[in-house]
Design a protein around this ligand. Structure first.
Ligand code: SER
Length: 314
């Protein structure tokens, strides 16, 4: 097998933190270059470059210097933050992606991964078992940028033959990193607050059902997709991917099975609007059929894992 050198952009983020660790196990510490706009909180066990994805020249330099063969481009602004900073959100999410796609073509990078999101769907999309292909009318800047990004990926695949692969992540929940500025973030913070205080004040209503996934499944999906033979990847926009679906009320019931005294209160804010425009559950049959996707974690197992691991953090 040819030696791969992988570059991860946005390595300090919620996904990046865990993905760098997993990729380093797979390809070796020295062959995974982590990069972010900020210095890492913890010392990385391998190469690290401070970089702004908006700086195409610097990106090109790093790709050439390390002879990068794969790029995972994770640097983006999430739903709630992008609504506060519309132009910056659009610019970072769009120009960042275009820089990566251009540099990948220019430097003959063999594969690119870019995350899309359930936020590409909107109020007119079927909410239950949302199909791979359907009407999409995203109502957030973040969702608009992700939907446009999906089509840019498809464009670069068709026009330049760039092997770009993507997943529409549901809300991601893990204990090794925290999200920032998203709508599904409540499902991470609830565990930290439950263990620190025994209670949580939720910014979504009790009955807001959203698609979610345990980080271990998400990381495995990402690497499985990237390692699948190219001829199995027929979808070059982005794949629907499902793990589980639950509401804050249901999550609280699961937490109470482990911590009976846990209390939850609800004070929905603007993020309720974004959540209401997104699917409740996802049909991921295309990913299952094309590259064999299978989730392993359901809600009960996720809660058990999160309560166990977050205990060590408080
Ligand atoms: N987790 C993202 C958010 O809440 C959606 O992809 O913004």
């Amino acid at each position: 097998m040819a030696k791969e050198t992988v570059l991860v952009l946005g390595a300090n983020g919620q996904i990046g933190t865990e993905l760098v660790e997993a990729l380093r196990m797979e390809y070796g510490n020295d062959f995974v270059v982590a990069s972010d706009i900020r210095k890492p909180m913890e010392i990385h066990k391998g190469p690290f470059e401070i970089m702004d994805v908006m700086d195409e020249n610097r990106l090109m330099e790093v790709v050439k210097e390390y002879k990068v063969t794969q790029i995972y481009h994770l640097a983006a602004m999430l739903s709630a933050t992008a609504e506060q900073k519309i132009k910056m959100g659009w610019k970072l999410n769009m120009d960042g992606l275009l820089n990566v796609l251009n540099v990948a073509v220019e430097c003959k990078v063999t594969k690119v991964f870019w995350p899309s999101s359930i936020a590409v769907f909107g109020p007119s999309t079927p909410k239950l078992n949302t199909p791979q292909t359907c009407y999409m009318d995203p109502s957030t800047v973040y969702g608009i940028s992700k939907l446009a990004g999906e089509h840019w990926c498809n464009y670069y695949f068709n026009k330049y033959g760039l092997d770009v692969r993507s997943i529409r992540y549901p809300g991601l929940i893990g204990y090794k990193s925290v999200p920032g500025g998203g709508t599904t973030d409540y499902a991470v913070y609830i565990f930290h607050e439950a263990l620190a205080r025994g209670s949580y004040d939720c910014f979504l209503e009790a009955d807001t059902m959203l698609p979610m996934m345990y980080m271990e499944d998400a990381i495995r999906a990402t690497i499985e997709l990237m390692e699948a033979p190219a001829n199995r990847i027929k979808t070059r926009t982005s794949y629907n991917l499902a793990g589980m679906s639950f509401t804050p009320g249901e999550l609280a019931i699961e937490i109470r099975k482990i911590m009976p005294e846990f209390k939850i209160t609800y004070h929905p804010d603007i993020r309720q609007e974004y959540a209401d425009s997104w699917p409740k559950s996802i049909d991921d049959s295309v990913a299952r059929k094309e590259w064999g996707w299978q989730p392993r974690f359901d809600t009960a197992r996720l809660v058990e894992e999160m309560m166990n691991h977050c205990k060590d953090l408080v």
